[in-house]
Design a protein around this ligand. Structure first.
Ligand SMILES: Cc1cc2nc3c(=O)[nH]c(=O)nc-3n(C[C@H](O)[C@H](O)[C@H](O)COP(=O)(O)OP(=O)(O)OC[C@H]3O[C@@H](n4cnc5c(N)ncnc54)[C@H](O)[C@@H]3O)c2cc1C
Length: 289
């Protein structure tokens, strides 16, 4: 059994001071829907730690702010809060669609966006759309604040660039114009309470019936969620009524294999990524026609 001491700082300042002092021995707890499962399973990923620091009641980290050029989502915002936010619905409906697929009502009520990102799972359902939206993360330590693109923050499966003395406080997403359309797709083993086998976020604007700034991000198809740049390049400026769907699907599968190499899951995932992209593109095209 893992033994640890529980800490419950009253505010962010106190939490950051404790992290500065004991960072390497601390695990941060937000909603606990990933971390408590790992503790219960005695997961190898946990490593050694002496303290569990519960940040869930720190004030100010669960707000959604509307700035002129960005939307800022507090790291402690739960999936339910995201699903119910009018601001997010108006600006980034793809995030609502993704958040609504997460776990069950109970999981969505506890699980946070910060936890979803920091857990660093290749299958995390918010990471994929957030990368497609060019989101960045804000990390604070006692004496420093830094911001980096989410794509750079995730450094490997279950690995991030977070330093021991940092807390993720906010996620920042640049606003997009109303020309932008999006689609979130998720394949899972069963319909309810299931982690993604593969997920996909497509965000694009369409100008004169051609895809323009198209971003295609797959989760769980590659070791970390990433943009598929070759297929993006092919689709940029492609006319929405003149797509060779079969060949786009084939190329998407090929791009995945170029990144991952042949693996046991390749025969399954290769056609699925292609078909998912086609499904997403068709959904977007239906919206604009
Ligand atoms: C039954 C079940 C179903 C699930 N289904 C899905 C699903 O469909 N899709 C999906 O994506 N996920 C799913 N999950 C995983 C989980 O619910 C989400 O990843 C959730 O968002 C994690 O958030 P949390 O607040 O509970 O994180 P926690 O468990 O509290 O923390 C997770 C990790 O993030 C770190 N952390 C948390 N917040 C911060 C912060 N602000 N700063 C720095 N580090 C931080 C913690 O130290 C820990 O390493 C499921 C989990 C369960 C148990």
């Amino acid at each position: 059994m893992i033994e640890f001491e529980a800490l419950k700082p009253q505010n962010l300042k106190e939490a950051l001071a404790v992290l500065k002092e004991k960072g390497m021995d601390i695990k941060i707890l937000a909603g606990g829907t990933d971390l408590l499962v790992e503790i219960n399973n005695n997961s190898d990923r946990l490593g050694d730690f002496k303290y569990l620091m519960d940040i869930s009641s720190i004030k100010g980290l669960d707000e959604i702010e509307n700035k002129k050029e960005h939307l800022i989502i507090g790291a402690l915002c739960t999936h339910t809060q995201i699903s119910e936010s009018e601001l997010i619905k108006r600006n980034f409906p793809i995030l609502i669609r993704a958040a609504k697929t997460i776990g069950s009502t109970q999981i969505r009520n506890r699980g946070t966006i910060g936890g979803n990102i920091n857990n660093g799972s290749p299958a995390a359902d918010l990471i994929t759309p957030l990368i497609a939206l060019k989101g960045s993360v804000i990390l604070k330590s006692k004496n420093k604040k830094r911001e980096l693109p989410l794509q750079d923050f995730i450094t490997g499966p279950y690995k991030t660039d977070r330093k021991e003395d940092e807390i993720m406080t906010k996620i920042k997403i640049p606003k997009i114009t109303s020309d932008y359309q999006s689609s979130f797709q998720k394949v899972k083993r069963r319909q309810a309470v299931a982690i993604a086998r593969i997920n996909l976020a497509v965000v694009t604007d369409i100008k004169k019936k051609r895809f323009n700034d198209i971003r295609v991000v797959f989760g769980s198809a590659t070791p970390t969620a990433i943009r598929f740049l070759k297929i993006e390049k092919r689709l940029k400026q492609a006319h929405i009524n003149e797509l060779d769907l079969e060949s786009i699907a084939e190329q998407t599968g090929q791009e995945m294999v170029e990144i991952t190499g042949e693996r046991w899951s390749t025969p399954y995932k290769k056609p699925v990524v292609g078909n998912l992209l086609i499904r997403a593109l068709q959904e977007i095209i239906r919206e604009v026609q």
